[in-house]
Design a protein around this ligand. Structure first.
Ligand SMILES: [Zn+2]
Length: 291
C-alpha cells in the first residue's frame, strides 16, 4: 500500500450494490445495503454491519468498540483514519464527512472521565459538527480479512497464515512463512515499503527469513511468543528497552515498524470494502506519526 497518495476517494457504487441485493458478509450474516432510492447509509445500520463483520463484542478491550459519539443519522461521506484527534476532526469537517471510522477512538481505560480540557474540545467539536465517531480497536487488529495483521501478512507475501499472539484470550496477530526464504535485506526492504517507514531493527535472526509473526501496535511482549514459536522474525509497531538483548540472546530478528504505520492497513482495507458495499464516499486521511 506504500506509494498511495495520502487521501483517496472511494467510488459511489449504489447502482451496483442495488443490483447485487443483500451483501453476505464473511461472518455469515446478511445485511441489506442502501436502496437506490435512498441516498447514503443509515448510521445505525452501518454500525450494526461493522459490529457484526468485526465480531466487535468478542473478547475484552481497553475502549468501547462501535459508535463512540453520535452525530447525524444518515452518512454519505465517511472518513477513515488511524487515530482520533482534533486535526482529524477539523479535516473531516472540511470534506463534509458525516462520520469518522478510526482504529484509536477517544475513550480509553485509565484516561480522565471528565469532559474537560482537550477531551471537552474534542467531543464538543464532534457534537457541534454532527460527526459520528465510530471506533474499532482490537477487532480491527485481529480480523481475518480487514485486520491490520492479516492485511500486512498478505501484503508481505507470507503463506499458510495462522493466528498468532493472544490478547485477553483472543489471537490478534498472524504468523506465516515464505516457502522460499527471503534474504534478510530483502525482507527489511519489503517491510519498509509496506509500512512506508524505515523500521528500527535488531537483526539477530538467520540470514534467510522463512517464518514471520506480526502483531500491530505496541505488542513488544509478543517477542516471547515469537521465540517460543521458533520464528525467524517478529514484527510489531513499537520497541522498548529490553527487546534488543532478548532478541540477541534468542537469535531472532525484531522489527519495530511503527505503531501508527502498522495500523494504517486495516482501516484502509475496511474503508475500501465499505465503499464497495454501500452508497458511501470513503476517504482515508493520513496524519502520519513517527511512533
Ligand atoms: Zn494501536
Amino acid at each position: 500500500m506504500a506509494g498511495r497518495s495520502p487521501i483517496w476517494v472511494g467510488g459511489r457504487l449504489s447502482v451496483i450494490v442495488a443490483a447485487m441485493g443483500a451483501t453476505a458478509n464473511p461472518m455469515g450474516a446478511a445485511v441489506e445495503p442502501a436502496t437506490a432510492s435512498e441516498d447514503g447509509v443509515d448510521r445505525d445500520r452501518l454500525v450494526a454491519y461493522l459490529d457484526d463483520l468485526l465480531d466487535a463484542k468478542a473478547g475484552k478491550d481497553y475502549c468501547p468498540n462501535g459508535l463512540q459519539v453520535e452525530g447525524r443519522p444518515r452518512i454519505h461521506r465517511l472518513v477513515t483514519a488511524v487515530s482520533a484527534c482534533q486535526e482529524l476532526f477539523t479535516r473531516a469537517e472540511e470534506v463534509q464527512a458525516e462520520a469518522l471510522l478510526v482504529h484509536h477512538g477517544l475513550f480509553w481505560e485509565g484516561s480522565p472521565r471528565q469532559l474537560t480540557g482537550i477531551q471537552y474540545a474534542r467531543v464538543s467539536q464532534l457534537i457541534r459538527s454532527g460527526t459520528n465517531l465510530i471506533a474499532y480497536h482490537l477487532p480491527l487488529d485481529r480480523h481475518h480479512t480487514y485486520g491490520n495483521n492479516a492485511v500486512a501478512a498478505e501484503e508481505l507475501g507470507l503463506e499458510g497464515l495462522e493466528p498468532f499472539g493472544s490478547h485477553a484470550g483472543l489471537h490478534i496477530g498472524y504468523a506465516g512463512s515464505y516457502p522460499r526464504p527471503l534474504p534478510w535485506a530483502d525482507f527489511v526492504a519489503r517491510c519498509h515499503a509496506l509500512f512506508d517507514q524505515e523500521p528500527l531493527v535488531f537483526p539477530y535472526g538467520p540470514q534467510q527469513v522463512a517464518k514471520v509473526g506480526i502483531v500491530s501496535g505496541a505488542s513488544e511482549s509478543d517477542l516471547h511468543t515469537a521465540i517460543a514459536a521458533g520464528l525467524d522474525a517478529f514484527i510489531t509497531g513499537e520497541a522498548t528497552e529490553w527487546v534488543m538483548n532478548v532478541a540477541k540472546e534468542a537469535g531472532i530478528h525484531f522489527l519495530s515498524c511503527g505503531h501508527y504505520a502498522t495500523e494504517r492497513l486495516g482501516v484502509r482495507a475496511l474503508g475500501d470494502h465499505l465503499a464497495q458495499s454501500f452508497d458511501l464516499d470513503v476517504e482515508f486521511i493520513d496524519i502520519p506519526n513517527p511512533v
